[in-house]
Design a protein around this ligand. Structure first.
Ligand SMILES: Nc1ncnc2c1ncn2[C@@H]1O[C@H](COP(=O)(O)OP(=O)(O)OP(=O)(O)O)[C@@H](O)[C@H]1O
Ligand SMILES: [Mg+2]
Length: 558
């Protein structure tokens, strides 16, 4: 007997109640059971809305004009309630923090299973297994509010995976994961499809889709392309024109006119050699640029959240004026905590932090805000006004800007992040990416000398990421100093002038991006992997940071 497909959608249309144009149009889709499907597309293309139709959140929770039929495992779900769908379609939301609400890590995972009526004898082993799988085994009693960003994302994943639904829908589940956690999640999803589960993965990170069965490309509410990754990921120009960043190796091969998809750097290097490509002679390693006068000096910093468990045990770090530093490291290594200490949100237990020559505690809150601005990992922790203009104006009042000047300065900042047309809008009706940009505008408006950005590009598509990082480069060119935390090593490689890698509260690598990226052994020890183009460059004997730099050094013939 043929089993029915996991999903079958016929002629699905949907317009949100206050939507101006349809969020989904003419969607026809059949996903076989046991398939691994990737959905890609620009911000606002309809990826999340499409995944909400799989468990009736659209139109059961988000109301609007809905037409068409959705069948899940053969059953028409038009009269199902959202809650009835949870046992069949497990979902991790893009805004994963919104789905965590228990008081301990263990309870969070148990809670989802209790709601689904899963028997206790199955619950306990499942909880233990999935917390281990998501590397949260040592944190079972912790309050989820005290987890790092990536640990929270792992918890949201564990609680959905532990309930073992036949279908899994994951909306950007790797945004806050470190590279190894992200690879492990994908491996784990592949294993689940081997047992007949169906996996739908919405993502901006195409490197995670190499082993998917099918990649769906969405634009303006429609599915505009569909095929195996080998075919879809090689359509580099099409992807770029839809604000999707192609995998780096696909970009390199497509630019060289090679039409096959290279699965990994080693295969790619061999193929290039077979085809007669070689690289120009090895360039000397760049020397780290001399740093300006130190704007920040951290000496012998000590800090712990819990007695007897010291995160920083005498950390030293100096940052020169005008540097653009990327801070990398595994989940829970202390990156966010360090920025919170530098910006004065948390107090050290020992050592000193000097900002612009002055000890941090000597600065008043208003002086501090003029010196240093921080954009949080989760923008919702810093947005609290009812419209965007008021949100940006708030900080300006706080640092004493005359009231006659506030509106113009706030509007100029909204302009910079491309949100001027949303000045009167309530931030909580906007996307997470837009809220991230709003938080950045609020900081930029105060024109601090030193800007700290905690994972500034999560939730943004390729075009928005580039726009935001170009803005960062512009700030640096104007003399500002920037530190940004990221899990995207390719972003660090492209934009930073210095890369610092942390692990367990210690700096383990510090230098020019090329120097740091070429130390594959030390990076691997803390679970970091150089970007594919950098690895390919190394195999070909050139030290590069980006696919473009690699392409510039490749020639055909000898
Ligand atoms: N408020 C808190 N209370 C107790 N422990 C905390 C708190 N915030 C963070 N921690 C713990 O401190 C360690 C460092 O966390 P931090 O948030 O600085 O990591 P991170 O490097 O930013 O991680 P990620 O990449 O996941 O964002 C982690 O083990 C985390 O669980
Ligand atoms: Mg963090």
């Amino acid at each position: 007997m043929n089993s029915p497909p996991a999903f079958s959608l016929q002629d699905v249309h949907f317009t949100y109640r206050r939507g101006i144009r349809p969020a989904l149009e003419r969607i026809a889709l059949e996903v076989p059971r046991g398939a691994f499907i990737g959905i890609v597309g620009a911000n606002g293309a309809g990826k999340s809305t499409l995944s909400f139709t799989f468990n009736r959140i659209v139109p059961g929770f988000f109301r609007g004009d809905f037409r068409g039929t959705v069948k899940v495992l053969g059953a028409d779900i038009s009269s199902a309630k959202v809650a009835d769908m949870a046992a069949t379609v497990g979902m991790v939301f893009q805004d994963f923090e919104a789905q965590i609400f228990s008081t301990s890590v263990h309870h969070e995972v148990a809670f989802v299973m209790e709601n689904l009526g899963i028997p206790r004898q199955r619950m306990l082993p499942n909880i233990a297994h999935w917390l281990q799988e998501m590397a949260l085994g040592g944190l079972t009693d912790r309050d989820p509010a005290t987890l790092s960003g990536g640990q929270k994302q792992r918890l949201a994943l564990a609680s959905v995976l532990a309930a073992e639904p036949p279908v899994l829908v994951l909306d950007e589940p790797t945004t806050d994961l470190d590279p190894v956690a992200s690879q492990e999640l994908i491996r784990c999803l592949e294993n689940l499809t081997q047992t007949g589960r169906t996996v739908v993965l919405v993502t901006h990170d195409l490197e995670t889709l190499a082993k998917a069965d099918t990649v769906l490309m969405m634009s303006q509410g429609s599915i505009i392309g569909k095929g195996p990754p080998g075919e879809m990921l090689m359509q580099v120009e099409m992807l770029q024109s839809h604000s999707v960043r192609p995998p780096q190796l696909a970009q390199v091969f497509a630019s060289l006119g090679i039409e096959e998809y290279p699965p990994d750097p080693h295969t790619a290097a061999k193929r290039l050699a077979d085809l007669g490509f070689s690289t120009q002679s090895r360039q000397p390693l760049p020397v780290s640029p001399p740093t300006g006068t130190p704007i920040l000096v951290v000496e012998e910093l000590r800090f712990s959240y819990r007695p007897g468990d010291e995160l920083f045990q005498g950390l030293n770090l100096s940052i020169g004026e005008g540097e653009c530093m990327a801070l990398l490291g595994p989940n829970g290594s202390g990156k966010t905590t360090l920025l919170n200490l530098i910006s004065g949100i948390r107090k050290p237990h020992g050592g000193s932090i000097r900002l612009g020559g002055q000890a941090l505690p000597q600065l008043s809150p208003a002086e501090r805000a003029k010196q240093v601005g921080i954009v949080f990992q989760n923008p919702d922790h810093q947005i609290f006004q009812s419209n965007c203009l008021e949100e940006v104006s708030f900080g300006l009042h706080h640092i004493g800007v005359p009231s006659g000047k506030i509106r113009a300065r706030a509007m100029a900042a909204l302009e910079v992040v491309n949100l001027a047309d949303k000045a009167g809008i309530d931030p909580f009706t906007m996307t997470k990416g837009e809220r991230k940009k709003l938080a950045l505008a609020s900081v930029l408006a105060c024109e601090p000398r030193f800007v700290l950005l905690d994972e500034p590009t999560t939730g943004l598509d390729a075009r928005e990421q580039d726009a935001l990082m170009n803005l960062v480069s512009h700030l640096v060119a104007q003399g500002h100093t920037v530190v940004f935390i990221t899990h995207s090593i390719s972003l660090a490689a492209r934009y930073a002038s210095r890369v610092v890698v942390m692990s367990e509260g210690r700096v383990i690598l510090d230098g020019h991006p090329i120097e740091v990226l070429s130390d594959e052994t030390s990076l691997a020890r803390v679970g970091l992997i150089p970007p594919p183009a950098v690895q390919l460059g190394r195999l070909l004997g050139v030290a590069v940071r980006t696919p473009e730099e690699l392409l510039a050094s490749i020639t055909r013939g000898s």
